[in-house]
Design a protein around this ligand. Structure first.
Ligand code: GTP
Ligand code: MG
Length: 340
């Protein structure tokens, strides 16, 4: 129905960049926030090491991947070398240890323990700073994909600008809720990376197709790519597109150009691949493949699996709304981000 209905971009598009950059600046977390997050991590490290001296803590997700807006929660992964560990039991014990009534001078508020989730977590809150924190166990793949996103972010600043605006749009429009069938922030950042790999000239390279300088094996998955990104800081300089052109083109692509029936976006290969090649043509259990976003390392994993036949409609209507606003609205930087 929509395929290839590409619009010619409005003539005043570049004059919109200034407004989008102001929004981007307003979302960047202040340095104090980063400092407070690090202090919280050190405190957790001290408390955890008393009980499990061999455990290590890593920040992952938006507090470590360069795509964190201000006032985000922090995601922490605790690693412990014990293959037999029961993650849920371990998390309940951890929650118990960190709780306010157990610590004399200090204590966290336990908000929730999601022990049956695909990735079990405990959610806790530091009462002095108000920072909330999700802790998971041995989710090393997430720590590695956090590094990949952070490395991409260093190559061209337009990635951060675009991803901040897309994430902000998704939150404002209610399409950043995996439990309601829309996409995670992680999925949106991958969509932005893939989109910038596809521009001509390309704004981002495909790091996993280059000679690897970093390699780890996690859960039998080999994760390797070129991570000397300081050597690539000129990579996108032949492409002169501005942030407003890119926001316009991003929504135009997802509204009118993406082939939802057949295509999978793949940051790993830097191009589109076919659903058929991945056997993602049929529904298996609850996993439908109505919008396909391949995880860069866990390539069996489709981040679009959460999207169902109702939420795909919501999502596509939101992409269309955004594309129309970017094309016609006199103040798109306001209308685009209006709460739903
Ligand atoms: P905000 O919290 O919304 O600012 O963004 P975030 O980057 O922290 O995203 P999110 O909370 O969606 O996910 C946190 C991290 O978990 C991501 O950065 C990934 O590293 C990891 N992650 C999230 N979803 C998946 C998933 O489906 N598969 C894998 N492998 N990792 C995921
Ligand atoms: Mg997060």
């Amino acid at each position: 129905r929509y395929l290839r209905r590409t619009m010619k971009c409005r003539s005043d598009v570049n004059s919109l960049s200034h407004h989008f950059l102001l929004i981007y600046d307003s979302l960047i977390p202040p340095d104090e926030e980063k400092t407070r997050q690090k202090q919280l991590l050190s405190l957790l490290e001290r408390l955890v090491s008393k009980e499990w001296p061999e455990a290590r803590l890593y920040l992952y997700g938006s507090c470590a991947n360069s795509f964190g807006v201000c006032k985000s929660d922090i995601d922490v992964c605790l690693t412990i070398q014990d293959a037999e560990i029961d993650k849920s039991e371990f998390l309940l014990k951890l929650a118990d240890i960190l709780q306010a009534d157990n610590l004399q001078n200090y204590g966290f508020h336990i908000l929730q323990a999601l022990t049956r989730a695909r990735v079990p977590i405990v959610k806790l809150m530091d009462p002095t700073t108000g920072i909330s924190c999700d802790i998971c166990i041995n989710n090393v793949l997430a720590v590695v994909n956090t590094k990949l996103l952070r490395d991409y972010a260093q190559i061209d600043e337009r990635l951060k600008q675009l991803a901040y605006i897309v994430k902000h749009w998704a939150k404002s429009r209610g399409v950043n809720q995996t439990y309601r069938g829309t996409l995670s922030s992680y999925a949106y950042v991958l969509m932005c990376i893939h989109f910038l790999q596809q521009r001509r000239p390309a704004i981002l390279p495909c790091l996993q197709e280059m000679e690897p300088t970093y390699s780890v094996t996690v859960d039998d998955i080999e994760c390797s790519y070129f991570d000397k990104v300081e050597k690539l800081c000129d990579f996108g300089s032949r492409n002169k597109e501005t942030i407003s052109q890119l926001v316009w083109a991003f929504f135009n692509y997802w509204a009118y150009c993406h082939d939802y029936a057949n295509a999978v976006i793949s940051v790993r290969s830097g191009c589109l691949i076919s659903k058929q090649a991945k056997y993602w043509t049929r529904r298996v259990g609850n996993d439908r493949h109505l919008i396909c976003i391949e995880d860069p390392f866990d390539t069996k994993h489709d981040l679009g699996r959460v999207v169902d036949k109702f939420s795909i409609k919501v999502l596509r209507e939101e992409f269309e709304r955004a594309a129309e606003i970017m094309q016609h609205d006199p103040t798109p930087w306001i209308t685009l981000l209006e709460p739903y």
